[in-house]
Design a binder for this molecule. Structure first.
Ligand SMILES: [Zn+2]
Length: 105
């Protein structure tokens, strides 16, 4: 699993290629992620208490995990993360290229 909930990712393949957004959900078993405003789909929903009118809603669909990369703001590109270890600190994920920290907001 190279991304976590809250990470900013960029889509690197598929029809949504180039789009960026925050990871809303990681579906570990399906190896897919839900990314903010990426791969919007129409959902035909029945009325519920939360949404008494029902109808057609725009919702994020899932994207294959292999089609997204962590977004590095400093590089302005999708980058892989490497683990950085420092004595007495938690393992941190940093950009392989520029070393800036990936934080999951
Ligand atoms: Zn970088």
């Amino acid at each position: 699993m190279h991304v976590r909930k809250g990470d900013t990712v960029v889509v690197i393949a598929g029809k949504e290629k180039g789009k960026r957004g925050r990871v809303l959900r990681v579906l570990t078993d399906k190896e897919r992620v839900v990314v903010e405003r990426v791969n919007m789909v129409k959902r035909h929903t029945k009325p519920t208490q939360a949404n008494p009118r029902g109808g057609i809603l725009d919702k994020e669909g899932t994207v294959a995990l292999s089609n997204v990369a962590l977004w590095c703001g400093k590089c302005g590109k999708g980058r892989r993360a490497k683990a950085e270890l420092r004595q007495g600190q938690k393992k941190r994920r940093v950009c392989v290229n520029c070393g800036s920290l990936f934080e999951s907001a």
